[in-house]
Design a protein around this ligand. Structure first.
Ligand code: PLP
Length: 419
């Protein structure tokens, strides 16, 4: 089935009369690879449409009721009645959008309330809300580290961290994923002058493994570095207050910046940085991804603030999410799947498959059974891996987790992924 919107080697409609090369030609190998895959008759794993969404864990996809197991909606807040009501009220009272930057006409009462909710949630003096988590990382990395400074980051860092580094002028040093020893070595080789920012993530989202934050923070401190931790996948269910892996690791007092997103446990869209640094507020004047873009709509900040306040008191949900995660991990391992971690380290369980063909077949077989998971492939994955990434939700019932395991068993046998 040829995708009429993407034809490899097709001549552009109006180009090249002057001899310049078609700037899209560099993508021809990718377009051809995708087409070859679609020609085998599989569905495109990157073009799924949710026709209807019934709850945080159920949707209709191509007419079939499907369990959602790849949404990062960890705490299931998207349909929380208080969250939805807050969004509707703000929509009625403040309209559909702010049409402006946070530093001009785009800060409403709701944006300040959302920042207050974050300050309470994290127990910090400062909180800055961005339009996405991607922009929060772009903003922090590109603004606080300048030409004379160093950013030291885990090789498996999220794209938004890398892109933030690319946007700024700091010198970038990478260390081996989760290696405390390599971090120590690389910090030790830096010249004495210049600032240092070590960037870590609580949970690494491709494999679902967590960082040894206690050890890493100690090493960063020893070398006089400031520390930023991205808790995109840890917020909501790690630590007694759901602040993230850094809370659970007991290093709250040593972390200078926590970056996060509203697009996972909070259940809407947006991003933030929280900090206790006394000069942090200057960021509002100098951080380009904060200044030069429109702020979040009032309905979004109202849903985020309500959700964040509810997440402070969600111990039962956290416990159920852990129960679900451990059960799925154990069940998949017992079925014979190869998993990225020895045990469930987070609510992301990544299933390793040998190559793209088998991964897409397994992904499609699961969808036909009635469960949606994320497929991930290089370059998004480390070490050229092909993965089916499952992310659990506190709203998955025990019965649903049992059904998911049955569907994995059937799909795995049908595709030869397990014996
Ligand atoms: C570790 C990490 N940081 C940041 C982000 C960006 O978050 P957002 O979806 O709010 O742009 C993501 C999202 O995938 C992420 O996984």
């Amino acid at each position: 089935m040829t995708d009429p919107d993407m034809v490899p080697n097709a001549a552009p409609a109006s180009h090249n009369s002057g001899g310049g090369r078609d700037l899209f030609s560099k993508f021809d190998p990718l377009i051809a690879e995708r087409q070859a895959l679609l020609d085998t008759g599989v569905r495109d794993p990157f073009a799924i449409v949710m026709d209807e969404v019934h709850s945080p864990v159920l949707a209709t996809i191509q007419g079939k009721e499907t369990i959602l197991l790849g949404t990062y909606n960890y705490m299931g807040m998207t349909f929380d009645p208080d969250v939805v009501a807050a969004g509707k009220k703000a929509l009625d009272e403040y309209g559909s959008g702010t049409t402006g930057s946070r530093v001009l006409n785009g800060t409403y009462q709701g944006h300040k309330e959302c920042e207050e909710a974050l300050k309470e949630f994290y127990g910090t003096r400062h909180a800055m809300v961005f339009s996405t988590g991607y922009q929060a990382n772009l903003g922090l990395m590109s603004t606080i580290a300048g030409k004379e400074d160093y950013i030291i980051l885990d090789a498996d860092s999220h794209a938004s961290i890398y892109d933030g580094c690319a946007l700024g002028n700091a010198q970038i040093v990478r260390f081996r994923h989760n290696s405390v020893e390599d971090l120590d070595k690389r910090l030790g080789r830096l010249p004495a002058d210049g600032g240092r920012l070590v960037v870590l993530e609580g949970v690494y989202s491709m494999l679902g493994d967590i960082a040894p934050l206690k050890e890493m923070v100690a090493v960063a401190k020893k070398h006089g570095a400031m520390i930023a931790v991205d808790e995109a996948h840890g917020m909501g269910f790690f630590g007694a207050n759901g602040r993230g892996v850094f809370e659970e690791a007991g290093v709250e007092g040593d972390v200078d910046f926590v970056v996060g997103t509203f697009s996972k446990s909070v259940g809407t869209v947006g991003g933030f940085v929280v900090s206790n640094h006394p000069k942090f507020e200057v960021m509002r004047l100098v951080c380009r991804p904060y200044v030069f873009t429109a702020s979040l709509p009032p309905s979004v900040v109202a849903t985020a603030a309500t959700s964040i306040r509810k997440l402070m008191h969600a111990a039962d949900k956290r416990a159920h999410l852990w129960e679900n995660s451990r059960r799925l991990h154990q069940g998949l391992r017992d079925l014979g799947f190869e998993l990225a971690t020895k045990e469930a380290e987070s609510a992301i369980i990544a299933v390793l498959l040998p190559h793209q063909d088998k991964t897409v077949r397994m992904w499609q077989a699961l969808l036909e059974q009635g469960v949606y998971v994320n497929m991930a492939r290089p370059p998004a994955t480390p070490a050229g891996m092909y993965l089916l990434r499952c992310s659990l939700c506190a709203e998955h019932s025990s019965e649903q987790v049992g059904r998911i395991l049955d569907m994995f068993a059937a799909a795995g046998r049908a595709t030869g992924a397990i014996a």
